[in-house]
Ligand binder design. Structure first.
Ligand code: NG1
Ligand code: MG
Length: 545
């Protein structure tokens, strides 16, 4: 794809870390003893299952998003950080007598996830003059996703990028993907907004690259883009925040990830006394199941909002162009083709244009007293396109369902949230430049206020919260948090709260006593439900020698 030729920012140009020393690996990951136990267990279980040692183990962490929700697919910058919980996948080439190309035995250490076997099929497609083989297919059933669907999603990109089914590749000498045994284990809770899905897809992409000898020259940026492409295979049209965070993060920092005009990522130091506590609402966020009415609908509303905003402000957009809000903001502010850079002036220009767009977004209201949003016909009218063109550009490629489309609310959410990310980033940078205690205290309060404002916007404008998350965030503030908000897609999953270092224990105790779903949870179990998290390092591979 053309995007793979775009230059990446520095952090994204680094190679994927490949370790051959476990000591070095554990010390880089921090918390060495805990990691040692998990990695050893996995290697031993692999040997028991398959009768030989693994060749590689890939690690990909989950992530917390500190601020910037539902704006990555509008191509605005976000501020996630990798967390310590992660997915590990051990693998080795199969040793069967008659291997079928690329066959996979996938096992999972968690007993509820049953073992699966699958092999890539060649999907033929007929061109004008002759039949040629176009793509590897792993038959992911989007209506019925299983744990191995995410393993398959990662495999797709490796197959189609490194084993392309062209005429040449059909010849005898073309290398075929090798058959693989793999074993998965993970500590990222599923459906909790901590991106277990992206961690699975990144780890899977990595093991298939490694076992096929294709890791050389793969940068963090390339892996991020592959994982972004791959994750779309499970049917959620997500942005690239989770994959970037899982791949590019470094310890002790958040990662500012922006997507326009190219993927760019840079570490942002966090104030030293900042402790981020994750609290699981215990409401499962079933994003893939509800994609038509939730996540993918937000994607469409945000895109239609961009079109309507451009139309109402007189910003030029070609009729077939599916322009994002970030692009509309750029055109509104006269952004140069190479994009505003991240210098003070660049950021000031972006802010300025965001402000104008935000004012312009008021025109997207329905004008009815109930402010119910726009009907399909009204939305089409606001776009300035004919119905046929609108359907082709905005609805034909994605499956969504709604009676009213909330262009005003969603657009206002995205633009204001994009500004909050820039504010959050600026506070962190200012605090890093001045070590004085007092400044940090001020900084923490400012960050907390931004998180609260983000929560309010997620709840009322993006409408990606739920009563339990609203309650949990309020209880967190009452328990002493500077600020608290939903993290990830929402509709369940976790909140993230910024808590003063010396109040962590009291905070957790009070939350346990006040959030109804925590009342019957024991001392051991609660540790996986409410826990402090340190920004951790991104994905890596260990090679057995
Ligand atoms: P989670 O909560 O990890 O599924 C999703 C998207 C992100 C982003 C957030 C909302 C995926 C893989 N990730 O995160 O890209 O849009 O929602 O900010 O769908
Ligand atoms: Mg996810």
């Amino acid at each position: 794809s053309s995007s793979s030729h775009l230059p990446f920012s520095m952090a994204a140009q680094e190679p994927i870390p490949i370790y051959t020393s476990l000591d070095k690996l554990y010390s880089d990951l921090g918390n060495a003893a805990t990691h040692a136990v998990r990695w050893n267990n996995l290697a031993e279980a692999f040997e028991k299952q398959f009768g030989r040692k693994p060749a590689y183990i890939a690690r990909a962490p989950g992530r917390v998003n500190l601020i910037g929700e539902h704006i990555d697919y509008a191509l605005f910058g976000v501020l996630p950080a990798a967390i310590e919980p992660d997915i590990l996948i051990a693998c080795a080439p199969q040793t069967t007598a008659i291997p079928s190309p690329g066959h996979v035995h996938a096992h999972n250490l968690q007993p509820q996830y049953k073992a699966r076997s699958f092999a890539p099929m060649r999907r033929d497609s007929v061109s004008e003059d002759h039949v040629h083989l176009k793509e590897w297919d792993l038959a992911i059933n989007r209506r019925e996703l299983h744990w191995e669907s995410y393993v398959k999603a990662g495999y797709y990109g490796v197959l189609n990028r490194f084993f392309p089914l062209t005429e040449v590749a059909r010849s005898e000498i073309a290398p075929a993907p090798i058959p693989v045994d793999l074993l998965v284990t993970g500590t990222v809770p599923a459906g909790s907004g901590l991106s277990s899905s992206a961690a699975m897809v990144v780890a899977s992409t990595l093991v298939f690259l490694a076992v096929n000898g294709k890791l050389d020259g793969v940068t963090k940026g390339t892996l991020t883009e592959m994982a972004m492409e791959n994750e779309k295979r499970v049917g959620v049209n997500s942005g690239g925040m989770d994959q970037a965070a899982s791949v590019i993060s470094t310890p002790a920092s958040a990662l500012y990830v922006s997507f326009f005009p190219k993927l760019s990522a840079s570490p942002i130091p966090l104030p030293s006394h900042a402790v981020f506590i994750l609290a699981n609402s215990l409401v499962m966020s079933e994003k893939a199941v509800h994609a038509r009415t939730r996540y993918n609908l937000r994607v469409v509303e945000t895109l239609a909002g961009a079109r309507a905003l451009a139309h109402s402000l007189g910003v030029h957009v070609g009729p077939k162009e599916r322009v994002t809000l970030r692009e509309v903001v750029g055109r509104l502010g006269g952004e140069p083709e190479a994009g505003w850079d991240e210098s003070e002036e660049g950021i000031a220009s972006l802010r300025d244009a965001l402000g104008k767009a935000l004012a312009g977004a008021e025109a997207l209201k329905s004008g009815r007293p109930d402010e119910e949003g726009l009907t399909m016909d009204e939305m089409v009218a606001r776009s300035g396109l004919g119905a046929a063109d609108f359907h082709e550009v905005y609805l034909s490629w994605i499956d969504v369902e709604a009676t009213y489309f909330q262009l005003h609310k969603r657009t206002k959410h995205v633009l204001s949230e994009a500004l909050r990310v820039l504010d959050f980033r600026a506070v962190c940078q200012r605090a890093a430049a001045d070590a004085a205690e007092l400044v940090h205290e001020t900084a923490l309060k400012e960050l907390g206020a931004l998180m609260d404002a983000s929560m309010e916007s997620c709840s009322t404008l993006c409408e990606c919260s739920c009563p339990e998350l609203d309650l949990l965030a309020r209880l967190a503030r009452e328990a002493g948090a500077y600020g608290s908000r939903v993290t990830g897609a929402g509709w369940g999953g976790c909140t993230v709260s910024l808590v003063p270092e010396d109040r962590v224990e009291g905070f957790i105790t009070q939350l346990r006593a006040t959030y109804p779903a925590y009342k019957d949870i024991g001392d051991e179990d609660i540790k996986e439900i409410v826990f402090a998290t340190k920004p951790s390092s991104g994905a890596c591979v260990y090679e057995f020698t």
